[in-house]
Design a protein around this ligand. Structure first.
Ligand SMILES: [Zn+2]
Length: 239
């Protein structure tokens, strides 16, 4: 494993010796944990969209910040009860989902990381995480942050590239543009034409590429600010 080897951004591609050596050398400064969902995305977009897009951002960020950042395996199932009417959707209940997320975070903290960014790609995961986050922070007392990747898309960039102005929406212009730019095989153009929701038709690969680039730059800057101590999660007071 060397600096030009792309596999070094993935935790699961390391042997235990390779990973141990990098941690002992102090090379790895932050860990990204992508969390998302596998759920219906209207008629035209593949169900993997949320985790695939989240993983795509995490991969590009880790490449940009190599060798300082490692990406833990993505949680590809999310909390998606609101989409269960469309079969094929997977959904975990908050108790089990948050338990697994906490155990993933705890394991990465045990490995030595104190800067951990949980990078989210699914709207349904936000409220449960916000509800529990202060307790996660009190339990671990580390720089543990939760952010959705679209939080890092500046409003003016979104405005410049989205005709509908909706971001992120659900399988609409933003997500469809993202897919057209990053994994176009996930977009069924014929189904887009004949479904009720017309917003995806505004999406272009060019807009998707521009928005992805902006998000990657901003997530990367944020991770650097976590590493160098400019962005530290505040531990809520203990009573
Ligand atoms: Zn989505």
């Amino acid at each position: 494993m060397n600096a030009s080897d792309d596999s070094q951004i993935w935790l699961h591609k390391h042997t235990r010796r390779e990973f141990r050596n990098r941690m002992n050398a102090g090379e790895l400064k932050a860990c990204l944990i992508p969390v998302a969902a596998t759920e219906q995305h209207l008629e035209h977009l593949a169900m993997e969209h949320d985790w695939r897009s989240c993983l795509h951002i995490a991969e590009l960020v880790a490449q940009r910040l190599s060798p300082r950042v490692v990406v833990a395996p993505s949680m590809s199932i999310g909390m998606s009860e609101h989409h269960m009417r469309h079969i094929g959707t997977l959904s975990a209940l908050p108790g089990s989902w948050l338990g697994l997320l906490f155990d993933t975070i705890r394991s990465m903290n045990h490995a030595g990381f104190t800067n951990i960014l949980v990078l989210n790609g699914h709207g349904g995961n936000i409220a449960p995480c916000q509800g529990i986050w202060s307790q996660f922070l009190q339990r671990l007392e580390i720089n543990l942050q939760f952010r959705s990747y679209w939080d890092f898309l500046p409003e003016d960039v979104a405005e410049a590239h989205l005709k509908t102005g909706r971001c992120p929406g659900h399988a609409q212009e933003f997500e469809t543009a993202f897919a057209l730019a990053a994994f176009p095989e996930n977009v069924r153009m014929d189904a887009m034409e004949d479904q009720e929701d017309r917003e995806p038709l505004s999406a272009t690969a060019e807009a998707g590429a521009a928005m992805i680039e902006s998000i990657v730059v901003n997530v990367s800057d944020h991770v650097v600010s976590m590493i160098d101590g400019r962005s530290i999660a505040e531990i809520p007071p203990f009573h």
